[in-house]
Design a protein around this ligand. Structure first.
Ligand code: 76R
Length: 262
């Protein structure tokens, strides 16, 4: 298949499969082919896939695959579905999105203004220049992480889709940019208090799937997921403007263990 690269970011495909009771006993027979499929996918440039043992009846097996090439992702999905389908493990749900940078990040101009107004630094002074250089370096790393994330093997995996509301009197898309930016600053303030406990990856899916974003959260413990989602509910962006889909929760395990874990 012809490569389908994108100018910015990576394609992201969340895939969920459900076991038929009769297929459980047949899973061990797939182990070798399954591992060789995962390993050969992972050899492709910048391809990542998380393997997740799901909790509850919505799904048993979960995968979050990322690739710069949409064709690679599509082929991975078809090969995986065909392999799992051969023992009666059937698709339960999928979600297509793309990594993206935020519209609401602080610009160098805004940061410079803060240094002058709040910290009384003089533009052109050596301290001002040093702080600006540090800001630029931090932003570059941050943008790189959003567009090209490297996802750690933290055990708790949570995925849910969300949209910003478009209701009368509560229409996110009719707010002006300054108001949206101010609201998002409040959101980010809450989010940052979970630094080290929650890794969040927001991927855009407007025009690609049924909701506007996919929210992937990784954590070391389930309580952190419950706490952040609860706390965010009180933040105005989520309280007034967000609608959510179903929550898919699982345990991230090495590919070698996945089929043995369900
Ligand atoms: O990206 C950043 O780290 C900078 C600030 C930031 C942006 C721009 C940020 C921080 N988020 C941003 C954008 Mn978020 N986020 C969610 C959810 O359950 C809910 O109520 C909502 C789901 C969570 C749990 C979460 C966590 N965020 C967004 C967007 C895009 C909005 C748009 O473009 O209009 C959505 C849909 C969204 C939703 N957010 C953070 C977090 C956390 C933990 C952080 C801090 C990250 C850190 O500093 O490490």
């Amino acid at each position: 298949m012809q490569p389908l690269p994108t100018a910015e970011g990576w394609h992201v495909l969340h895939l969920f499969y459900r076991l038929d009771p009769a297929s459980r006993g047949r899973l061990p027979s797939l182990q070798k082919d399954f591992l060789s499929l995962i390993q050969s996918a992972r050899r492709q440039k910048d391809f990542q896939v998380l393997t997740v043992s799901m909790i509850g009846h919505k799904a048993d097996l979960g995968f979050m695959a990322l690739s710069p090439d949409l064709a690679v992702l599509q082929q991975f999905e078809k090969q995986l579905s065909s392999l799992l389908g051969s023992v009666g493990v059937l698709p339960a749900w999928s979600y297509l999105s793309m990594t993206e940078k935020s519209e609401y990040t602080t610009t160098p101009e805004e940061f410079g203004k803060q240094l002058v107004e709040q910290e009384k630094l003089k533009p052109g002074s050596s301290e001002f220049d040093a702080r600006m250089a540090e800001f630029q370096a931090r932003m570059e790393k941050y943008l790189q992480n959003r567009l090209y994330p490297v996802l750690p093997p933290w055990p708790i995996f949570s995925f849910y889709p969300m949209s910003k509301r478009r209701a009368s009197g509560q229409n996110w898309y009719l707010l002006d940019f300054a108001s949206r930016k101010k609201l998002m600053e409040g959101h980010a303030r809450v989010g940052r208090t979970y630094s080290g406990r929650i890794l969040q990856l927001i991927t855009g899916s407007t025009g690609l799937d049924g909701w506007e974003w996919g929210v992937t959260l990784l954590a070391h413990d389930l309580l952190s997921i419950k706490q952040i989602v609860y706390e965010m509910r009180f933040d105005e962006v989520s309280a007034a403007y967000a609608d959510f889909g179903e929550f898919y929760i699982g345990i991230q395990v090495p590919a070698e263990e996945l089929l043995k874990s369900v």
